[in-house]
Ligand binder design. Structure first.
Ligand SMILES: [Zn+2]
Ligand SMILES: [Zn+2]
Length: 310
């Protein structure tokens, strides 16, 4: 798990109070239950109980649920988290309402600060957070897995600082990113990366590209096979073509990534004696990358082509 220095943790804990979404200790406990029991009756905001239950109903129902903190024992070792949990209510009031009112009072508009930057902001922030439980478990694409209801949506990601890539997050929960591609809108990921660059955070976990690609390909193959299932006559031949393209793509990806890793390793050692091998590897790597890209294009063409009318 990524660990941040205490000043970063303190700022995040104080500003976290401004969202009025309970203490970090409580929030993490619920969130871990959500991951563990997703889509079951033990999921605190389970979509299996309906869209509105997942969005807001769970807040009312949660009083009947036993809330235990046994799944956050690691966090209980942090005195700052325990402190924020203990003084949560006064801290939340201060940072959610006191701070915006105080800042707006500097230019003589405390009521404006309270209503707009306090209450109106709070309503927006909370609804977008709850959208991750409701919208991101209902609408969007199951890019990496359909074992759970979580969906990827660029639109949701835009409104939730990246969290809308929820299928990825559920499939690879230890990854610090939600949008794993560089162009995915995920300001939370960029903030964490900046903190790591400044040595204010460490231990960031990132899923290997090969594993992500493998998960995506298997889902695409599954969808393609489902589409083909209605065209039974064409199925055996088409399945063979798909499997062949998939195997070719997987081997091209493995070769490219293995060469890339070897190249990075050799480059780090920086010895003159291995310079020739580094150059040779670079050539092989570029060739493997071209092969991988060709295989990806073939694969995309294959899964997107319209099915013949039988
Ligand atoms: Zn999560
Ligand atoms: Zn979820």
């Amino acid at each position: 798990m990524a660990i941040s220095s205490w000043p970063v943790r303190l700022v995040l804990l104080l500003l976290g109070g401004a969202t009025f979404e309970a203490s970090a200790r409580w929030w993490c406990s619920e969130h871990r239950y959500h991951h563990r029991y997703v889509d079951t009756n033990r999921d605190p905001y389970g979509i299996n109980k309906g869209f509105w239950y997942a969005h807001i109903g769970w807040l009312i129902a949660r009083r009947d649920r036993e809330i235990g903190f046994e799944n956050v024992k690691d966090l209980d070792k942090d005195p700052l988290i325990l402190w924020q949990h203990r003084y949560y209510l006064p801290l939340a009031i201060l940072f959610c309402f006191g701070l915006p009112t105080g800042i707006a009072a500097l230019w003589g508009d405390p009521w404006g600060g309270l209503v707009v930057a306090g209450f109106a902001r709070l309503v927006c922030v909370q609804h977008f957070t709850w959208c991750i439980n409701s919208v991101a478990h209902t609408f969007g694409r199951q890019t990496y897995s359909d074992r759970h209801s979580a969906k990827d949506s660029g639109l949701m990601a835009f409104f939730t600082y990246g969290e809308g890539y929820h299928n990825f997050h559920h499939e690879f929960p230890s990854d610090y990113r939600n949008g794993h591609r560089w162009y995915h809108w995920d300001p939370a990921k960029w903030l964490i990366r900046c903190l790591a660059f400044l040595r204010l955070s460490r231990g960031l976990r990132q899923t290997e590209r090969e594993k992500i690609l493998q998960a995506r390909l298997l889902m695409e193959r599954k969808r393609m096979t489902e589409r083909l299932a209605v065209h039974t006559a064409a199925l055996p031949m088409a399945a063979e073509v798909i499997d062949h393209a998939l195997a070719h793509l997987q081997s091209a990806a493995s070769r490219w990534m293995a060469l890339k890793a070897e190249y990075a390793q050799l480059k780090r050692t920086g010895l003159q004696s291995i310079a020739d091998r580094v150059n040779e590897l670079r050539r092989e790597m570029h060739q493997a990358r071209r092969e991988f890209r060709r295989a990806i294009s073939t694969w995309k063409l294959l899964i997107r082509q319209p099915l013949p009318v039988m």
